[in-house]
Structure formats: structure tokens, C-alpha cells
Design a protein around this ligand. Sequence first.
Ligand code: HEC
Length: 200
Amino acid sequence: MHCRLRPIVKSLVSAGVIMFALGATAGFAAAPNPCAPAARSGANPCAAKNPCAAGDKVDPKRVTRPKGYKPFKADRATLVKQGEALWKDTKLSTNGMSCNTCHVNNAAFAPTFAKPYPHMVAMAKEKGGVKQVHLDEMVQFCMIVPMAAKPLKWESRELAALTAYTGRLQNKFKPNPCAAKNPCAAKNPCAAKNPCAAKK
Ligand code: HEC
């Protein structure tokens, strides 16, 4: 008897939970939802807790160089300098992060970063089905996925500067032999290196 009742109790409980969840969602929809505007534009600030795991796929068109693309040109040293400032600028994101938050001391860079571009990057492949990316395309990818922001204008000084600075980091980058030895870490770089996940 006792045992027979259990499933019923269980289903009642879970029905209650579902009703509660539905009620909560409905309530949220009516109340101003801080996540809604960005969610509509494709970026999800709620994903900030684990930005890499953010479910949404990325439309490859948003991260692919446009036709006839002419990157902004300027003196390389100036671009690198401006890029370094942008690299640490949390205003570029909608979730309080900067590129530096994740990539300080080359953190979160998989061994692929050592290879000349274009090359395969796991995140781009998983989220956008893109087999190979150029460096500026990868900057755009991180703008959209972990930074939960809009991509930069393709021919903007900002994109050229961030690309130049990231290229400088790449020149000095030495893949971490431990990361390479641990295939799991490489397959799921977000889990391993996500500074936000650590706070949980
Ligand atoms: C929340 C953490 C996070 C933030 C913030 C972030 N990234 Fe990343 N980024 C990653 C992770 C994780 C990867 C590794 C993806 C992979 O290898 O699959 C990555 C990969 C990259 C790569 C490609 C490396 C390669 O293997 O070629 C570049 C370039 C890059 N990020 C640049 C940036 C720039 C520029 C910004 C700021 C606009 C930025 N990232 C912000 C997490 C982040």
C-alpha cells in the first residue's frame, strides 16, 4: 500500500513543481525581465554564469567576414596599444566581463591558438558549425558568446585593434603541455577555465 501510493505522491509533487515553474515563468514574462532585451538580440546576459555553455547556436553569418571586407588600417603599434585597452574593457560586454577576465595569462586558450589562422576552434565549430576561423572572426565569436554582446562592426577600428592585440598575444603564446595531455580539458575548455563557474 505504502509502496503503491508513492508514485502517485511523486507525480502530484512533480505536477506541483511544474505548475509552480509555469507560474513563475508567467510572472517573469509580465514583470520587466532584464534578460529579455538582450535575449531578443541574440545575446543572453543570463548565460554570464557559464557563458560558454550558453545554449544558443550562433548564426555563422554573424561571425564570417563579409564580402569585400577591408579591415580598418592603421599603424600596427597604435592598433596594438588601442587593442590592449579594449582587451581589458568590461564595457564591451553586457555581463561585466572583459576579454581579459577569461584570457588573463593566456587562460582559456586551447592549444589551437598556437596555430596560424585560419584554423579550427572548438567553440566556433560547436556553436556556429564553422570549421575554420580567422582571428578577427574569433574575436567576433567571443563578443557574441562569452561577452554576450553584439559583434563589432567589421571595418571598425575596435575590431582591428582587438585583432592586432590578440595577434600579439598569439605570437607569444606557448600551448600548455598539460592541457594537451588532458584531452578532456581540451574538449571542454569552458568547464575547465571558466572563472565564473568557479564562484558557484
Ligand atoms: C567567459 C570567458 C571568455 C571571454 C570573456 C572571452 N573569451 Fe575568448 N575564448 C574563451 C574560450 C573558452 C575559448 C576557447 C574556445 C575553444 O578553444 O573552443 C576562447 C577562444 C578565443 C580565441 C581563439 C583561440 C584559438 O584557439 O584560436 C580568441 C582569439 C579569443 N577567444 C579572443 C577573445 C577576445 C578578443 C575576447 C574579448 C572580446 C574574448 N576572447 C572574451 C572564453 C572567453
